[in-house]
Design a protein around this ligand. Structure first.
Ligand SMILES: [Zn+2]
Length: 347
């Protein structure tokens, strides 16, 4: 396990109104307005709020950009929003460095279950405030580093939850691991969704999220939670996670014989595609298999999905991967990607 907490864990800051300058600040300067992780109440017309979380990963900025534009468009905080918003701005320190997290910090989207890190206290305080506010719905905004479609992730399969995801994208992923994410904790309070908004900084992605948030504030609760027709057409279930064995040097493209593991150049283009059995994922030079696949209970199921033969890696079953990334830092801090299966809701 990583050695964490060279940094003191900041206390949660609470704001009863949107701080001045929030809508104009560049993301890497947000620390000049918010001294750390912050929970901000933004006034709206009477009724329950929408909870939104942004920057749990400091380099995933689409949610921040979209929120700035949304709030500026409504002239907040001078005028009330159509619904109140309870906004959590997560890893302010990492955002200042344009990093997912700083070395020595816990991952801010892995602190919402258990008690392993000092950051859990922060998580508990946020969840207590959210429960007290009794929001109508909760939306956690993220980006991918790899090439992926926009998609919504759900942790429950009820109509309200699926409808939140379907309003963002036809592609929906149901997952139960990692269980330490904020969305799973939120799903015990209200319908919740994680939106994966493509790569950071993409203008079309920002507009899409801004429009989604605007609808979330303006639609009636009934309209928000009524699933559109064919809403389960592209539902996937995450069944396994792929990590690179610790300490290996990873590269992509043509195998030069230098790296311990050389993955195919176009690995990211496999995301959300049906990859057949026998597809080559890369080559390696190591005594032990360089990739480890674990199921949702943490069991090693590498040999169910992958075949290692003559220093080459092949799929052993047809798979649908997601979140395959070429970002070496993300691969080592988090994982190489996930394996999904198309999911049929019965009944
Ligand atoms: Zn993220």
């Amino acid at each position: 396990m990583e050695h964490l907490n060279h940094y003191p864990v900041p206390a949660l800051r609470r704001f009863e109104r949107l701080p001045d300058g929030f809508t104009d600040a560049p993301v890497e300067k947000i620390g000049t307005i918010l001294p750390g992780p912050s929970l901000i109440r933004i006034a709206g017309e009477p009724g329950p709020p929408i909870f939104v979380s942004i920057l749990l990963h400091g380099n995933e900025t689409t949610g921040f950009d979209a929120m700035q534009r949304l709030l500026a468009g409504y002239d907040a905080p001078r005028r009330p929003l159509p619904r109140p918003v309870l906004l959590f701005v997560g890893n302010v320190a990492a955002a200042g460095q344009k990093l997912r997290k700083l070395d020595g910090q816990a991952d801010y989207n892995r602190i919402w279950h258990d008690e392993r890190y000092p950051e859990h206290r922060l998580a508990r305080e946020v969840l207590a405030e959210v429960a007290k506010a009794a929001p109508l719905a909760a939306i956690d905004l993220h980006n991918n580093t790899g090439k992926n479609p926009h998609y919504g992730c759900v942790n429950r399969l009820d109509d309200a939850t699926l409808s939140l995801a379907r309003r963002f994208s036809k592609t929906i992923v149901w997952f139960t691991e990692p269980r330490e994410v904020i969305a799973i904790a939120l799903s015990k309070i209200c319908p919740s969704v994680t939106l994966e908004c493509g790569v950071s900084g993409n203008a079309a992605g920002t507009s899409h999220v801004e429009q989604y948030l605007r609808h979330s504030l303006e639609l009636s609760a009934e309209a928000l939670f009524t699933p559109p027709p064919n809403h389960l057409s592209d539902l996937f279930h995450t069944t396994a996670r792929i990590v690179v064995r610790e300490g290996l040097r990873v590269e992509f493209g043509a195998y030069g014989g230098d790296a311990d593991l050389c993955l195919r150049e176009d690995l990211e283009s496999l995301n959300f595609e049906r990859v057949p059995e026998g597809a080559e994922l890369g080559r390696y030079r190591a005594a032990a298999p360089p990739l480890v696949v674990t199921d949702n209970d943490g069991r090693d199921i590498t040999l169910r999905y992958l075949r290692f033969s003559e220093e080459r890696i092949f799929t052993k079953l047809p798979i649908v991967p997601s979140m395959f990334t070429r970002d070496a830092r993300v691969i080592m801090q988090d994982c190489l990607g996930y394996i999904m299966e198309p999911y049929e809701v019965k009944g």
